[in-house]
Design a binder for this molecule. Structure first.
Ligand code: BTN
Length: 330
């Protein structure tokens, strides 16, 4: 889609975002386009998963108002030190993947962050090569780029620490009892509400560029979110989980950036140890019968190094990476 088409679509959406009914005529006049062009953009919004009610002779109305991302609101909600540490804050209407955008772009300067958020990802990616879906304006799709001067110890557990801080932000804003399914799936009542994708490029004795991507289902139907088929427990969004209007995506973005910045700034010195207890507290798998990386047994916790501990007849196995499925009790 051309940049022009994306911006007309967004212009229509900005007018409809209040959730009120707007006549085709008023929209067309406001935007200086024809009514047919308005209709085309409305169809475009529907293709992105936004429901627009069209009442003949009366106009168009979003079935649910949409809270659009706003770089100014996000920056205003950040503390000064983090604001100063942000080299670039990109808020995009559409991108293939916020992770790819940062990973293939310029690396941040030392102790600086690059942040990218998008209303819509055409190629959102989940862990292990899966897709990540989020309808336009209904999820939080955000990535933060950082460069370590050299490979930090505990690099392998960085994604776990990111899960811990994402959970912390979600709890602070919603009060929901979010759990973490190892390694870093964010769950509410056993359903997936968010996920983390960390990508990195490291030289053996040189700098290490990391991009931490966070996806949160904010207010979208579960069948339209997450990574379909990835987790048998299904998906849920913040609005459904709280039974209330979800927190503003701008406030959520700011809270996550604030926490992530602190974590990345400290990680080289402090490593994973400061996150281990919180991860253990949030451990969804604890006590469940699981299968991971060919090992089947009872999940008995997470080691200080971030590995999943599974008790089998042959003893305790440590799993470093992979997907975990939960088995029925035998
Ligand atoms: C998972 O649970 O499999 C990880 C999902 C990570 C999704 C986020 S959305 C923002 C960032 N950009 C991507 O393409 N993926 C991550």
């Amino acid at each position: 889609m051309s940049a022009q088409a994306v911006s007309s679509r967004l212009a229509v959406l900005r007018l409809l975002a209040d959730g009120e009914r707007h006549s085709g005529e008023a929209l067309a006049a406001e935007l200086g386009i024809s009514r047919a062009a308005v209709w085309k953009q409305i169809r475009g919004l529907e293709r992105l998963g936004l429901c627009v009610d069209a009442v003949r002779g009366k106009g168009y109305q979003l079935r649910r108002p949409v809270d659009l991302l706003d770089a100014g609101k996000i920056s205003a909600a950040l503390g000064k030190p983090v604001c100063r540490a942000i080299e670039q804050l990109h808020v995009l209407e559409e991108v293939d993947s916020t992770n790819s955008f940062l990973f293939t772009g310029p690396k941040p300067a030392p102790r600086k962050l690059r942040v990218c958020l998008a209303e819509y990802q055409t190629g959102g990616r989940g862990r292990r090569g899966r897709v990540w879906l989020a309808p336009f304006g209904r999820g939080l799709c955000m990535s933060v780029g950082w460069q370590f001067a050299s490979q930090p110890r505990d690099l392998a557990a960085l994604a776990l620490a990111a899960g811990v801080i994402a959970r912390r932000s979600l709890i602070a804003l919603t009060g929901l009892p979010i759990e973490i399914k190892w390694p870093n799936d964010l769950l509410f009542a056993g359903k997936k509400i968010g996920g983390i994708l960390v990508e990195l490029a490291a030289e053996s004795h040189g700098p290490c560029h990391v991009v931490v991507g966070i996806g949160v289902n904010v207010s979208a139907a579960p069948e339209l979110t997450g990574n379909p088929g990835a987790w048998a427990g299904g998906a849920v969004d913040l609005a459904t989980a709280t039974g209330e209007p979800p927190p503003s995506r701008n406030a959520l973005a700011a809270a996550l950036i604030e926490e992530l910045a602190g974590m990345l700034q400290r990680y080289a010195d402090d490593g994973f140890s400061g996150y281990h207890a919180e991860l253990a507290d949030a451990d969804y798998l604890q006590g469940r019968r699981v299968a991971a990386d060919g090992v089947v047994g009872a999940a008995i916790g997470i080691g200080a190094d971030g590995m999943l501990l599974i008790e089998t007849d042959a003893g305790v196995s440590k799993v470093l990476a992979g997907d975990v499925s939960v088995r029925p009790e035998s």
